[in-house]
Structures are given as structure tokens and as C-alpha cells.
Design a protein around this ligand. Structure first.
Ligand SMILES: Nc1ncnc2c1ncn2[C@@H]1O[C@H](COP(=O)(O)OP(=O)(O)OP(=O)(O)O)[C@@H](O)[C@H]1O
Ligand SMILES: C=C(C)CCOP(=O)(O)O
Length: 250
């Protein structure tokens, strides 16, 4: 099975608060629908989707001073951040359903949490049941309760790592707004197996982002046993066909 994240930077205009990038979301939904129609293809074992926040969630979290480590005890702030993510989730589900993809929501706020050290606990038995019944579960970056800190942000990137581990994913992909991890000359780095070797080129996101941009992605994916890929929207169809576009992290 495949765990795929649609980056918020792809499906929204990340520099404008709560603005969907409808054309890119539709292109992504088309690629997913086409890949699922392909019997015997790479998606035969099922697909779990995660999407990020982009201009939904990050702006709200930033306004309330909430990040993956700084929490809030203000339920109003939680509702605003979670509400923005649910709005985006609804857009994603609708575009998939319009293409007959049997996409269903999983909201991390109602199921996941962090311990006092920030370690993520993400139950996955409901995701497994959904997969077994032929659904495409769609999770998203969110706020979640954290022991001693109220509620903190959980990135879609963290969810991908946890899902990949718990579901023993065969393939893991992060589709972002860049064609891969870029070096100093903006060329795509083909393979990364060591964080220190690329640390100097890994930065945060250029837009409002409370979860760590490219550095966080590479760090998280390197923790996994198997290989994973970071690629742009133009690489999505090829990734879903079983190829390795963009940067391979192993
Ligand atoms: N070496 C690098 N190569 C590519 N992108 C980089 C690099 N260093 C920093 N970045 C930034 O990381 C961004 C991608 O991370 P970002 O977290 O914004 O993506 P996303 O996961 O698609 O979005 P979201 O976090 O909203 O879901 C790029 O747009 C770029 O600004
Ligand atoms: C900012 C919120 C609420 C979620 C962020 O998820 P990400 O875009 O995957 O980092």
C-alpha cells in the first residue's frame, strides 16, 4: 500500500490566507483517480492520503502562536485551526469523490495526541479497517492535545511517517510545490541517505509555516526503514505508476 501526502503548498496558494489552488488540487485528484482505476497497478494494496495545511491552518496557528512545540489551552484557537483544516479536508474529499475515489475523512484531533515529550501517538486500527473496506482514508495536519501543553500542531509530514511505520507501507510519497529537494544550484538532489550531507541546503518554507518546511520532511523520512520520495505535482502520476520521481530518501 501507498502513503501519499499532498502538500499544502501544492493544493493551496500558501501565501494567501485560506485560498485553494483549485487547478492543482484537480490535477492531483485526476492523477489519483486514474491510478486507482488501473487494476493490478501500484495502488492495488490501497492508498492512504494525508494533506498539509498550506494557506489553511498555518496562518491560523501562527496568529495564535501555536506550533508543533508551543501549545494553547484556548479552545477557541483550537477550533479555528482545526476548523480551517476541516474546511480544506472537505475540499480535498469533494474533488476526489467527484472522480469516484471513495475518500473518507480521518481528523487527527479526535484520535491522536502527544505525550509530554512531544512523541506522537496515532491509532491506526480505524485506518486499517477503512482500507480493508476499500475506502481511501484522508488525514490532514491538525492540532492535537499534548500532555502539559494544551494543544500543539501536528504536521502532515509527521502523520505520514507514523502511518508508513504502522501500516508497513510499501511506498511513501510527499508531493510538494518543488520538484524534489534542491541543491545550492536549485537542481534536484537524486538521493539522500544522510541528513548531515544535505543539512546546509535544507530550509524552512518560504511562506507562513509552523511545521518546519523541507528540513522536517527529510529528517522524518530518514527515520523510516524503507525508501520514500519527495517530488512535485508533475511527478505525481509517475510516482503512482510505481516510478521514483524527484528525490529518493533512503
Ligand atoms: N533544499 C530545499 N529544496 C526544496 N525546497 C526547500 C528547500 N529548503 C527549503 N525549501 C522550502 O520548502 C518548501 C516545501 O515545504 P512546505 O512545508 O512548504 O511544503 P508542503 O508540505 O507542500 O506544504 P504544507 O507544509 O503546507 O503541507 C518549498 O516550497 C521551499 O520553500
Ligand atoms: C498548521 C496546521 C494546523 C497543519 C500543518 O500541516 P502541514 O502543512 O502538513 O505541516
Amino acid at each position: 500500500m501507498i502513503v501519499l501526502k499532498l502538500g499544502g503548498s501544492v493544493i493551496t496558494h500558501k501565501d494567501r490566507a485560506e485560498t485553494l489552488d483549485g487547478a492543482s488540487l484537480e490535477q492531483a485528484a485526476d492523477s489519483i483517480a486514474r491510478a486507482l482505476e488501473n487494476e493490478g497497478g501500484a495502488l492495488e494494496g490501497g492508498l492512504v492520503l494525508v494533506h498539509g495545511g498550506g494557506s489553511f491552518g498555518h496562518h491560523n496557528a501562527s496568529e495564535h502562536g501555536v506550533s508543533t512545540t508551543t501549545g494553547t489551552h484556548d479552545a477557541g484557537a483550537v477550533l479555528e485551526i482545526h476548523g480551517a483544516m476541516k474546511t480544506l479536508n472537505q475540499f480535498v474529499l469533494t474533488r476526489l469523490l467527484e472522480r469516484d475515489v471513495q475518500a473518507v475523512p480521518v481528523h487527527p484531533f479526535s484520535t491522536a495526541c502527544r505525550d509530554g515529550d512531544g512523541a506522537l501517538e496515532l491509532p491506526t486500527s480505524q485506518v486499517k479497517s477503512m482500507l480493508a473496506e476499500g475506502f481511501v482514508p484522508v488525514l490532514h495536519g491538525d492540532v492535537i492535545a499534548q500532555t502539559g501543553r494544551g494543544a500543539t500542531v501536528v504536521s502532515g509530514d509527521e502523520l505520514v511517517v507514523e502511518l508508513a511505520r504502522a501500516l508497513e507501507a510499501d511506498r511513501i510519497g510527499l508531493c510538494s510545490t518543488v520538484p524534489g529537494v534542491l541543491d545550492e544550484e536549485d537542481a534536484v538532489i537524486e538521493r539522500i541517505s544522510n541528513y548531515e550531507a544535505v543539512e546546509s541546503v535544507l530550509g524552512a518554507s518560504e511562506t507562513t509555516d509552523v511545521t518546519g518546511g523541507m528540513a522536517g520532511k527529510v529528517n522524518g523520512l530518514l527515520e523510516l526503514e524503507g525508501a520514500s520520495s519527495i517530488f512535485g505535482l508533475d511527478g505525481l502520476a509517475s510516482f503512482l505508476e510505481g516510478k521514483n520521481p524527484g528525490t529518493t530518501i533512503e
